[in-house]
Structures are given as structure tokens and as C-alpha cells.
Design a binder for this molecule. Structure first.
Ligand SMILES: Cc1cc2nc3c(=O)[nH]c(=O)nc-3n(C[C@H](O)[C@H](O)[C@H](O)COP(=O)(O)OP(=O)(O)OC[C@H]3O[C@@H](n4cnc5c(N)ncnc54)[C@H](O)[C@@H]3O)c2cc1C
Length: 429
């Protein structure tokens, strides 16, 4: 890997997401050698992925080069590498570019889509965890309308214009709102020869309310906002299968659609080599103690989505959200400094700063620990918070300018099929 050993202890971080970057910043002034490994050379701001899928933002504006984040830190190395396996006994990670020894290892590999073992759903549905997936979805949505314009088969046309989103967490809700706005504001202008009023957006939730992690008021309001926008919200309905054409459910409701988006579950992106019931939970997250440390391997830590700290309030770990990841990264940086100075580590405590989701233009719901609000003000708060947490001044400027432009013009200019997506290619790969 072309990385020389220095006299400082080597800390290897796997993953340059919210947790990994937060840890790296905290380690920047310490006397350690840090090697950050990621399969992508950029940090991906996942909360805005749905805007890439729906042509509201260019992918570049939510990605940031990891090397640029680290450029001012001495003793830091970045390698573009996929970690294939961890060998805790050998204190090494095996990657697609070689093997690397560590003194301390921090696994910050995030999460991946959970299909709960359903291979057919996995093969035929669309996911939205990465920028390439968001671009695939953008292409598919636009390709569907191009095809709908050409077909004379009414059922096929309807299926091409139907969108089924499974899972009504923030991702599903935000995507449904954005698709509804496209249907209302953009499709009639782009496809005057197509009756785009027939396009249907279905949001399916197995439980009895949407945004179930948020307050009841937020759920009710978000549902009302979605219904205003013309989204069909289905509750207490569980999707059982999708074969690329028909979505079946646990009732007699079926949907004919060319596009099913699976936003119904995530699991930890654990890496081969960390295994066993006492180390890995049922949701594939790595079980760690309050110092983010693995039980059997005191020099290995996990933070962020992949880590599961079990507490009374959160028996299955903290929510897979940006704030727990950022806070754990920061705390572990502080703890590693203490560990290296032979001082006791401090347990991680999560400061819940709340949750929010936008449903569309002027519509959002915000739950702060002591204050809950919905509507236009919530929407401005949502925008401000997302701009604030985006990495890089240029990205913030571009996103801000895009949002102002889209707001004034009722537009989403990035509706481009740059890299055509064909479903058969996905199942072949
Ligand atoms: C569509 C979407 C919307 C979301 N919206 C919100 C929101 O509004 N608010 C909120 O708080 N949270 C939101 N989240 C969740 C939030 O993005 C995650 O909780 C957060 O990214 C977790 O940070 P992390 O550092 O643990 O993982 P990530 O940010 O996912 O980073 C993991 C990194 O590890 C790398 N990696 C993984 N495996 C390997 C490997 N084997 N080798 C090398 N590199 C590897 C990945 O490339 C990635 O860069 C959203 C997530 C998605 C997908």
C-alpha cells in the first residue's frame, strides 16, 4: 500500500462517512499515524440522495473528496480500497489493494440495504444508499416516461408511470414528496403528449403510521402533506414480493409497476472476519461496549451505523442516523487519546438533537427534544440544517443556489439520463 511505518501508533479507519470523518478530525492533532480506507474517494452526504434521484441536485454537490478533507492533517494517509476481510488475530486488514497492519482499528463502514433475504426484491427493486444507485434511479424514472410516451399498451403505460416506495421512514417520505412535485410541476411541461395525471405514487408502510421514529404529530402532519400532494399512503400493508412487474402484499392489494423503490430496511455493513453471536447482532451490526470497543478485541472499535451500543433506552443500538455517527466518531477520537495516554476512557452518551423530514416545497416536520413544529418554518429549518452539515463551502453554495433556483422556477434541471439504466443489466450483474 506504500505506507511507511512511523514511530507513532497506527490507527486504521475503515470508512470515510459521517463517523469516520468525525473521528479523523478529532485525531488530527494527536501523535498517531492515521490511515483512512474507503471504497469511494468521496464522502457521501446521504440525506440529500433523494434530491439526486429526482433531478433536484447534481451528484457532485453532495459528494466531497476525502483527500481534500484530510489535506491539512499531518500523519494522515488515504487509500482508495475496499476492505475485504479483517484478521483480528493478525492485527491486519485485507483489502483489494493489499494487506495493512494496524495497532488500532476503527470500523466505520456504515450500513447497507436490508432485503430480509428476499432475492426477488433485491434483484428487481431500486435502492438509494449510494450515489451510483441514486443516479440509476434518476435515469430509470426518466426512461420510464420516455417509454410511456411510446407504448400503445395502456397497462404497460400505467405500470411505467406508477411508482411504489416501500418504507415510510424519512427516505421514503422525502422521495414520495419529491416525485409528487415532479408529477405536478414538471411532467406536464416535459411530456405534453402524455396524460401524466395518470402517474401514481404509492407509499407503503407495514406499520400503522409513517415516520414512526418521530412524534405522532409529525407522522400525522407528514401524511396530510403527502395526501395534499396526491401521494397514496398505504399503512398496515406489508410488501411480500416484487418480480419486476407486480408488487404483491400480505393482503389482496397488488401494484403493477416498473419501479419499486425499497426503503424498508438497513443493516450493518459488517466486514468478514468479525463474526459470532457475541460480536454481531441480528441486524448485522457490530456489538460494542460504551467505549465503542469490541468485546474480544480491545484494540478494535466500531462507530456509526455499523456499531451497536446496547443501552436500556436503545436495546438494539442507537438509531442509524448521522448524529449518533458524528458523536461517536468525536468521542472515540477523544477516547483514543486517553487510551494512548494510559487514562481511562469515557463512556459514550448520545445527545439526541431531534429528527426532521421534508415532504416538499414549504412542507417539513421537525421534532426537537423540547419543541416540535411543522410547515413552512420547519422547512426553512430543514434546509438550514442540511446546508450546515454539508461538507465544503462550494457544495453549500451550489446546493443553496440550486434550491433558490428550483424554488423560484418550480424546476429540477438535473433531469438527465447521463448513464442509462436498464433493469436487465442490474440482474445480470
Ligand atoms: C437515503 C438516505 C437518507 C438519509 N437521511 C438521513 C437524515 O435525513 N438524517 C440523518 O440523520 N440520517 C439520515 N440517513 C442516515 C445517515 O446517512 C447514516 O446514519 C450515516 O451516513 C451513518 O454514518 P456512517 O459513517 O456510520 O456510515 P456512512 O456514512 O454510510 O459511511 C460508511 C463509509 O464506509 C465505506 N465503506 C463501507 N464498507 C466498506 C469497505 N468494506 N471497505 C471500504 N470502505 C467501506 C463507504 O463507502 C462509506 O463511505 C440517511 C441515509 C440514507 C441512505
Amino acid at each position: 500500500m506504500n505506507i511507511n511505518r512511523t514511530s507513532n501508533p497506527r490507527i486504521v479507519i475503515v470508512g470515510g462517512g459521517f463517523a469516520g470523518v468525525s473521528l479523523a478530525k478529532q485525531l488530527s492533532k494527536q501523535e498517531v499515524q492515521v490511515v483512512l480506507l474507503d471504497q469511494h474517494n468521496y464522502h457521501n452526504f446521504q440525506p440529500l440522495l433523494y434530491q439526486v434521484s429526482t433531478g433536484g441536485l447534481e451528484p457532485d454537490s453532495i459528494a466531497y473528496p476525502i483527500r481534500k478533507i484530510l489535506k491539512d492533517y499531518d500523519n494522515f494517509q488515504f487509500r482508495l480500497a475496499k476492505v475485504l476481510e479483517i484478521s483480528p488475530e493478525q492485527n491486519s486488514v485485507i483489502t483489494d489493494i493489499g494487506t495493512l497492519k494496524f495497532d488500532y482499528l476503527v470500523i466505520a463502514s456504515g450500513s447497507e440495504t436490508n432485503y430480509f433475504g428476499n432475492k426477488s426484491i433485491e434483484a428487481h427493486s431500486m435502492a438509494m444508499k449510494t450515489i451510483p444507485q441514486a443516479l440509476d434511479l434518476r435515469s430509470l424514472i426518466l426512461e420510464n416516461f420516455e417509454e410511456a410516451l411510446l407504448t400503445t399498451d395502456l397497462d404497460e403505460r400505467n405500470a411505467l408511470m406508477n411508482f411504489v416506495i416501500v418504507g415510510a421512514g424519512p427516505t421514503g417520505v422525502e422521495l414520495a414528496g419529491a416525485l409528487a412535485e415532479i408529477k405536478k410541476g414538471i411532467l406536464p411541461k416535459d411530456y405534453p403528449d402524455l396524460d401524466t395525471r395518470l402517474a401514481q405514487i404509492h407509499l407503503v408502510q407495514s406499520g400503522n403510521r409513517i415516520l414512526k421514529e418521530m412524534s405522532e404529530k409529525a407522522s400525522e402532519k407528514a401524511e396530510a402533506f403527502l395526501e395534499d400532494l396526491g401521494v397514496n399512503v398505504w399503512k398496515n400493508l406489508r410488501v411480500s414480493n416484487y418480480d419486476g412487474k407486480i408488487v404483491t402484499t400480505n393482503s389482496d392489494v397488488v401494484f403493477e409497476t416498473a419501479t419499486m423503490i425499497w426503503a424498508a430496511g438497513v443493516k450493518g455493513a459488517n466486514i468478514k472476519g468479525i463474526a459470532g453471536e457475541d460480536l454481531v447482532s441480528r441486524s448485522n451490526r457490530i456489538i460494542v461496549n460504551e467505549f465503542n470497543q469490541l468485546k474480544t478485541y480491545p484494540n478494535i472499535f466500531a462507530i456509526g451505523d455499523v456499531a451497536q451500543i446496547e443501552t436500556e433506552a436503545h436495546p438494539y443500538g442507537y438509531p442509524m442516523m448521522a448524529q449518533p455517527a458524528i458523536q461517536q466518531g468525536k468521542q472515540l477520537g477523544y477516547n483514543l487519546e486517553r487510551l494512548l495516554a494510559n487514562q481511562p476512557m469515557q463512556p459514550f452518551t448520545y445527545k439526541d438533537k431531534g429528527a426532521m423530514a421534508t415532504v416538499g416545497r414549504n412542507k417539513a416536520v421537525v421534532d426537537m427534544p423540547n419543541f416540535k413544529f411543522q410547515g413552512v418554518f420547519a422547512w426553512f429549518v430543514w434546509m438550514f440544517v442540511h446546508l450546515f452539515f454539508l461538507i465544503g463551502f462550494r457544495n453549500r453554495m451550489i446546493v443553496f443556489v440550486n434550491w433558490v433556483y428550483n424554488y423560484i422556477r418550480f424546476d429540477r434541471e438535473a433531469r438527465l439520463i447521463i448513464r442509462p439504466f436498464k433493469k436487465k443489466l442490474k440482474s445480470d450483474s
